[in-house]
Design a protein around this ligand. Structure first.
Ligand code: SF4
Length: 428
């Protein structure tokens, strides 16, 4: 099955000592996830309980939605709330009642915590329980934290999905659950490949509507499609569901191994697997080969941001011919990351957490050909002559599964090619 790939490395990175750093870190907050989650969950509303800064973040990130019927908003904590002079719970009850009266289309409401609501210790979990009882059975109210105090931007989706797992009903049905919010077109491709192998029923977390929901139980077989869902993974484990461990479906190899792991769990034969995957694999291989020409033998350095860093390093080193110098990830959950770490050949520094000044020093000393980092670091590094890729683009762009493998390589090769062209022009 993996005959066209390089054999797995004799020594992968799963046993490499991890450089753990705890210092100043440069990341976006988890509110960002609302931008893609509200598109996936058609009857949900996200009510951020936060400050004007939180409202500005959401409005600027989701500016394109300004004329649509909004499915997220910010309940702004005023100075009187922050100073404890007003009863913020009462205010929240009033805001939610008004919202749900005006918007009967909302079937699931998320109260989303922020840095300010956490600083004043506003108990949104209890508020959600109280409101769930009040508005049942028409509306389900849940809460999660999107705060950026100690988190990174992809944790918002993880916290949201983890909040849903305990309220899903119990079932004994043997079903495949795909966990993670993918763009619709990518999700359709994944489901199409799996159904073509005879695998089903297939469920998705998050479901697009509350009425589409299903149960969870010991016969639920789940596969993560995003590497940043460790809390959701733990919540599913607590429900007794079975995790199908696999490299993440990024690039031809990651997608093939991910599909193979799911197929094995459902007893799909090698012949059926080959029949379904041969053609898209060939397309992916060709597209990656074309798009990755500029990446061959170039070096890459990852700052911790999206939590996609380890699977991406695996893709860039094994399929695009790059050398990884440092792979920094905000958090490394071994059960989730081991399949990718096993395929990533020993060599790069594997770092967890961040002490940004020390990491910048290491990056400047290494002078990588490409640095993958957050928005806040990209411009200063570009000004120092480094070539960068914004990590957040990787979450907003369809990059999973076969048909997107070439685009994924292209996201990294574009800045490298641009830099090569600029160097050529400067030399002429
Ligand atoms: S949650 Fe925190 S980091 Fe995010 S916008 Fe609000 S104040 Fe800023």
């Amino acid at each position: 099955m993996t005959e066209r790939f390089a054999p797995p490395p004799a020594h992968g990175c799963s046993k490499t000592p991890v450089l753990k750093e705890r210092g100043q870190h440069e990341v976006f907050c988890g509110l960002t996830g609302i931008i893609w989650l509200h598109r996936k969950m058609q009857d949900a509303f996200f009510l951020v309980v936060g400050s004007r800064t939180c409202a500005h973040l959401l409005q600027s990130a989701a500016g394109v939605m300004i004329f649509a019927e909004p499915r997220f908003a910010t309940a702004i904590l005023e100075e009187t709330d922050l100073a404890g002079m007003a009863d913020a719970q009462q205010e929240l009850d009033r805001v939610v009642s008004e919202l749900l009266t005006r918007r009967p289309d909302i079937k699931q409401l998320f109260l989303v915590g922020s840095c300010p609501s956490e600083v004043i210790k506003l108990d949104l979990a209890t508020a959600a329980e109280r409101m769930s009882a009040q508005f049942a059975p028409n509306v389900r109210v849940l809460s999660y934290s999107g705060s950026g105090i100690e988190t990174t931007f992809t944790q918002g989706e993880d916290a949201c999905l983890a909040a849903m797992v305990p309220v899903l009903p119990q079932t004994d049905a043997r079903e495949l659950l795909l966990v993670g919010a993918l763009p619709d077109v990518v999700e359709e491709q994944a489901v199409g490949l799996l159904e073509a192998m005879g695998i089903g029923p297939i469920r998705i977390l998050p479901a697009s509507r509350v009425s589409d929901e299903y149960g969870i139980g010991p016969n639920t077989q789940y596969a993560l499609t995003q590497p940043f869902l460790s809390d959701t993974h733990e919540a599913l484990q607590r429900r007794g569901a079975n995790h199908i461990a696999a490299p993440f479906p990024l690039g031809e190899e990651g997608t093939t191994q991910w599909l193979r792991a799911v197929a094995d769990q459902f007893g799909v034969s090698d012949t059926t697997f080959a029949d379904v995957t041969e053609a898209p694999r060939a397309r992916a291989r060709k597209a990656v080969a074309q798009a990755s020409e500029a990446l061959r033998d170039k070096s890459v350095f990852f700052f911790p941001d999206s939590q996609l860093e380890i699977p991406l390093a695996r893709f860039l080193t094994r399929e695009c011919g790059m050398d990884a110098i440092e792979v920094g990830a905000p958090f490394i959950h071994k059960a989730v990351m081991s399949p990718d770490l096993n395929l990533l050949a020993e060599g790069p520094t594997i770092a967890e957490g961040q002490d940004v000044d020390k990491q910048l020093d290491r990056c400047r000393a290494a002078r990588p050909d490409l640095t993958v980092c957050g928005l806040g670091l990209a411009n200063p590094l570009e000004a120092e002559g480094m070539t960068t890729k914004w990590a957040i683009e990787l979450v907003f762009t369809p990059v999973h599964f076969y048909e997107q493998a070439g685009d994924l390589a292209g996201l990294f090769s574009r800045p490298v090619r641009r830099r090569d062209l600029l160097k050529l022009e400067a030399a002429e």
